[in-house]
Design a protein around this ligand. Structure first.
Ligand code: NAP
Length: 259
């Protein structure tokens, strides 16, 4: 399917690895020129080069922490007038409800709620003026069904979801759509880190931890960054202009809900 976005300009934050990388790759395959970001310059440069070589699009790299105001300024300056914005950042650490104090919540809110909001606030006016734009926020399945040990993530991402629900409907008339893409378990470094916690807590091997978790997913496996990226690219396509303010689960059926 031609996604109809060849020649558009997209910003994908936190995209040297994992789900952000999957989104960048799928957008590049559709012909979108990219601004990519991560903290680690080396991995970012490698991924950017691989994307240029595979898809022949322009890729600008901005190595910085996107959860800081300074980082956001750098990324936005390099991005300029973007048509497509995919927001992403690392997820907060797991723990117990009794572990977290104000500072932990402020960090999580900064990374997973206030950063995407700041990026949207800066990018939406230009998109609205030009009459076309697409925003996809990478959130989590924890927005639909809470994951106890990820209380910081549950809280911050649900706050972002509330903001998007209202804002998406305020900008839709100007041709701009905002949606959230909710990953379940995907085979990325983040999943390895969470599985590493299970290995420690339960004294099992990494393979056993993965097999146990795969068994809880109706499709019986982890998702791939390519599958996730393809869903993101569709939401950024010309065909998705009537999809507004939605929360699309990409979780292999793991969230056991009817709607
Ligand atoms: P990942 O494999 O660990 O990749 C994270 C990417 O983001 C890397 O490129 C990393 O590069 C970059 N990054 C992290 N923090 C950053 C920051 N502050 N500023 C700029 N770049 C940053 O993670 P993932 O699995 O793709 O997860 C992406 C998001 O989806 C996370 O918020 C995660 O919590 C959420 N999620 C993931 C899953 C899953 O199963 N994978 C499930 C539900 C939700 P640097 O480290 O070099 O900065």
């Amino acid at each position: 399917m031609d996604l109809g976005i060849r020649g558009k300009r997209g910003l994908v934050t936190a995209s040297s690895k994992g789900l952000g990388r999957g989104c960048a790759e799928a957008l590049a395959e559709a012909g979108v020129d990219l601004v990519m970001n991560a903290r680690g310059a080396e991995a970012l440069a490698e991924t950017a080069e691989a994307i240029r070589a595979a898809h022949g699009v322009d890729v600008t790299e901005v190595a910085c922490d996107v959860t800081t105001e300074e980082g956001q300024e750098k990324v936005l300056e390099a991005a300029g007038a973007v048509d497509i914005l995919v927001t992403n950042a690392g997820g907060p650490p797991p723990g117990m409800w009794s572990d977290w104090d104000r500072e932990d919540f402020i960090k999580a809110l900064d990374a997973n709620m206030l950063t995407p909001i700041a990026l949207m606030k800066a990018s939406l006016p230009g998109m609205m003026e030009r009459g076309w734009g697409r925003v996809v926020n990478i959130t989590s399945q924890s927005v639909r069904a809470p994951i106890g040990v990820l209380g910081l993530s549950n809280a911050a991402r649900t706050g972002l979801t509330g903001y998007v629900a209202g804002t998406a409907r305020q900008v839709a008339r100007q041709g701009v759509t905002i949606n959230n893409l909710l990953p379940g378990i995907h085979a990325t470094d983040r999943a390895d880190a969470l599985d590493g916690g299970v290995v420690k807590a339960q004294g099992i091997t990494l393979e056993e931890a993965r097999a146990k978790r795969s068994d809880t997913i109706p499709v019986g496996r982890y998702g791939t960054r390519q599958e996730f990226g393809a869903a993101c690219a569709f939401l950024c396509s010309q065909h998705a202009g009537f999809i507004v303010g939605q929360n699309l689960l990409a979780d292999g059926g793991a969230t056991n809900i009817t709607m």
